[in-house]
Design a protein around this ligand. Sequence first.
Ligand code: FO1
Length: 330
Amino acid sequence: MVLAGGIGGARFLRGLKSAVPDADVTVIGNTGDDIHLFGLKVCPDLDTVMYTLGGGIHEGQGWGRADETFAVKEELAAYGVGPDWFGLGDRDFATHIVRTQMMSAGYPLSAVTEALCTRWQPGVRLLPMTDDRVETHVLIDTADLGESSQAGGEDGGKDSRKAIHFQEYWVRLRASVDAHAVVPVGAESAKPAPGVLDAIAEADVVLFPPSNPVVSVGTILAVPGIREAIADAGVPVVGLSPIVGGAPVSGMADKVLSAVGVEATAAAVAQHYGSGLLDGWLVDTVDADSTQAVEDAGIRCRAVPLMMTDTEATAAMAREALALAEEVRA
Ligand code: FO1
């Protein structure tokens, strides 16, 4: 069982599948990044896992489709219809049209995801964390955008904070301003999707890939029942650090970590998950000096190469994670 965000989670899964091709892998995918655009429901993290494992991903970007064209986006722009900052390609649009059509007909996201996967055959069972709507919002200072709020309000026109969708923060602003809070809106009343709690209960091991600990794995854990089920499953829970040498391997995890008061270090992320949840943690060899701090927090820790440079290097990481799981099980 693997909790996955987008690019990092998908690439890790490809390595895991290569390391243990015969294993039954269930993936709980983050849906907090989902966004409604042009009347369509877009599920970036589910799609990234599905396309990556199904052979349809744009390898260079790590998201979206290979051999993509952008005629629809150009036509929308010609009508002046935005947003223009989110790159939806023509092939990708088809996925969102099918998803939205099925959901409008009454199918829950979990059933729709299963249907989409019959085409892509990702070789894992991909479950959304929930069928309910959860949307991650990020609280920013309008002053940081160079926009002031209108004068005359209660604050006398002073700058203020506003919440924006995670994709706007990530893609439009490239996380260039500070995040003051990250809120998975709707998570508190969301229910785990059908099959999620059973899959956790039946798992031999739970892995946290080097995905974003706040907006990917953190959002999945924010769905009531999921964190508790993992902590109580009685099986090894092993994570891989997304922070190497004090910086995120990819993406902008440091920005959202600081919003939740966590330092961008491999050890601090392990402590953030905590020994109540994590049994084992892999840090990169450059962070070997932080293993003691993680062990002191009650989490078994090893330093191994953690750069997902290719499938073989990633498969080696997956083998290390599974070996650590066996070590903590013993
Ligand atoms: N990431 C970008 O950096 N720019 C984009 O325009 C963009 C569009 C996009 C469309 C569909 C999709 O499935 C993913 C897309 N992503 C894009 C990736 C996505 O924003 C994030 O990487 C994930 O949500 C974080 O896990």
